[in-house]
Design a protein around this ligand. Structure first.
Ligand SMILES: Cc1cc2nc3c(=O)[nH]c(=O)nc-3n(C[C@H](O)[C@H](O)[C@H](O)COP(=O)(O)OP(=O)(O)OC[C@H]3O[C@@H](n4cnc5c(N)ncnc54)[C@H](O)[C@@H]3O)c2cc1C
Length: 347
């Protein structure tokens, strides 16, 4: 008898597994590689919405715990995942400069938003300067997942296969899946939740995102935000991520020519030197109608739980959401209403 089955091993499944390992619970993971959101994410952590200069929901509060969890993973797997990098928000006008200055004086914001700089970055013209954001950076989530999966494979704790929902039998004290018994099961399938008969009624919209990897003539030392993000590839200093697109119609993981053109147009406006596209990737962000995570249990079966809805900020939200779910399942701790998946239960 396992303590848990986890279905899905993106950043949400990983974060829950980390809780289980820390609390000495045994578990087995299923992953079928059908969703790519975590693997193609830029891995950026930034608690400020850079369009409007407002704090993202709970992000500043959750960031320290996220970084702590990734630091623990660095020690465990003896690898480096966290790369602190400032964000340079290109300012477009005097009005934006004023907005930046006003916002940077507000609580929460002042911890991240710094002074305006006129420092030059080769290839990027910014006559109104950049607002500098500190305390931000990139988590190499792909490397982190690869290391975690290698370790799970070593201990035969991961099954690379589809989880077949029809084969799940639910009893009061445990669940049975084929020859596996576990006290509880946590579903963390990202947009794959749409195929899950126990939770598919949850209003997960799914927002397709595409990004390009480009080789630039000159290195870009910071994350630069204008109409698009330009972020250094920490694995290869000659390359940058350009992202990302938002598409609410297409639910496939296939890269499209339309997105490539769209991103290249934005890149050309931002970066005036030569570049070459070397890669294009696409994935579906598990976004929820009210933009809050989905954390909780099934209305009828309390040993079935969901950990989803990380939206555009999985790096910051997943570790705290996983901790909250674990404490709820083990110690009946209350899940904050804003993220409790039962907010969508019909009476
Ligand atoms: C282009 C792009 C850029 C992004 N940039 C950032 C960023 O910079 N910072 C940030 O914080 N967030 C970013 N995000 C959002 C972030 O990627 C998501 O919030 C996060 O990855 C969601 O993680 P998840 O574990 O819930 O889902 P996923 O990563 O989709 O993982 C779900 C897993 O479940 C598995 N699965 C599904 N169904 C089944 C099944 N039936 N059986 C077995 N396995 C199954 C899938 O194969 C997958 O491995 C970005 C997203 C995109 C698309």
């Amino acid at each position: 008898m396992y303590d848990y089955i986890i279905v899905g091993f993106g950043i949400a499944g990983f974060s829950f597994a980390q809780q289980l390992e820390e609390n000495k619970r045994n578990f087995v993971v299923f992953d079928n590689n059908s969703q790519q959101s975590t693997r193609i994410a830029g891995g950026m952590y930034n608690p400020i919405i850079l369009k409007r200069f407002t704090p993202a929901w709970q992000a500043a509060e959750m960031l320290p715990y996220a970084l702590l969890q990734f630091q623990k993973a660095e020690l465990k797997y003896q690898n480096k995942y966290i790369h602190p990098i400032d964000i340079y928000r290109k300012l477009a006008s005097v009005e934006e400069q004023n907005n930046w200055t006003v916002a940077s004086d507000k609580p929460v914001m002042r911890d991240f938003m710094q002074e305006i700089t006129y420092k030059t970055i080769d290839g990027i013209k910014a006559p109104f300067g950049f607002g500098v954001l500190k305390g931000t950076g990139i988590v190499n989530v792909t490397k982190l997942l690869n290391d975690a999966i290698s370790r799970l494979k070593k201990y035969e704790q991961i099954i690379s296969d589809d989880f077949d929902y029809a084969a799940l039998q639910i009893f009061d004290e445990y669940v049975q899946y084929k020859n596996i018994k576990a006290k509880k099961i946590v579903f963390a399938e990202g947009f794959g939740l749409k195929n899950n008969p126990f939770f598919k009624q949850l209003p997960l919209m799914g927002t397709k995102g595409e990004m390009l990897m480009v080789e630039t003539e000159t290195p870009v030392p910071h994350i630069v935000k204008s109409a698009a993000f330009l972020a250094p590839n920490i694995e290869n200093k000659k390359q940058c991520y350009v992202g990302a697109t938002y598409n609410w119609e297409d639910k496939t993981n296939r890269p499209t020519e339309t997105a490539q053109k769209h991103l290249e147009k934005k890149l050309a406006k931002l970066y005036d030197k030569a570049y070459k596209v070397v890669l294009q990737k696409a994935g579906i962000r598990p976004t929820v109608i009210d933009r809050r995570p989905l954390v909780g249990t099934h209305k009828k079966y309390k040993n079935l739980a969901v950990l989803n809805g990380m939206g555009t900020r999985g790096v910051i939200l997943a570790p705290t959401s996983a901790k909250i779910l674990f404490k709820h399942l083990e110690f009946e701790m209350k899940i904050p209403e804003e993220m409790n998946s039962n907010r969508f239960d019909k009476p």
